[in-house]
Design a protein around this ligand. Structure first.
Ligand code: FES
Ligand code: FES
Length: 159
């Protein structure tokens, strides 16, 4: 291992860690920064469990090197709740019970948050497309779709 200083911006804070710059981002988030919301599933960019946001867009964190993310604004699921208030996606998942074991949930929440923040007029189809590539081994899809429908309705109401 070739450790050196890596500087990241995560959830609005600047963090310095000693790490091999080639280390996949998720290991730094989880093991060095204690941000364990993003989960390591496949480790092959195939399941979506490790999703976080970089400059507002969804990225998978299980393969790409931490050094690629220096100078970018990273947001993990922990950073979505402002001042202790859940963001609309977190609230919709909670209130519709859109999770079973929860392993996939932070990836889904991050993906939907990135979609809703970017979309001019969010709709069900766009939200479902934003979840493509996110696997749920528990089969919570029907509940997740209920959360999606609530979010799209809220967006249409200006909520
Ligand atoms: S752990 Fe990254 S996509 Fe599966
Ligand atoms: S709720 Fe268990 S993997 Fe999705």
């Amino acid at each position: 291992m070739n450790a050196c200083r890596v500087v990241l911006s995560v959830n609005g804070s600047v963090c310095e860690v000693e790490a091999d710059p080639a280390t996949p981002l998720i290991y730094v988030l989880r093991n060095e920064l204690g941000l364990v919301g993003a989960k390591l599933g496949c480790g092959l960019e195939q399941c979506g469990a490790c999703a976080v946001m970089a400059d507002g867009g969804k990225v998978l964190s299980c393969v790409r090197a931490v050094s690629e993310f220096e100078g970018r604004a990273l947001t993990t699921v922990e950073g979505l709740a402002g001042g202790g208030d859940l963001n609309p996606v977190q609230r919709a998942f909670l209130e519709t019970g859109a999770a079973q074991c929860g392993y996939c949930t932070s990836g889904l929440v991050v993906a939907l948050t990135a979609y809703l923040e970017a979309a001019e007029r969010p709709d069900r189809r766009g939200a479902v497309e934003a979840l493509e590539g996110h696997l749920c081994r528990c089969g919570a899809h029907a509940d997740v779709l209920r959360a999606v429908e609530r979010l799209v309705a809220e967006a249409a109401d200006g909520g």
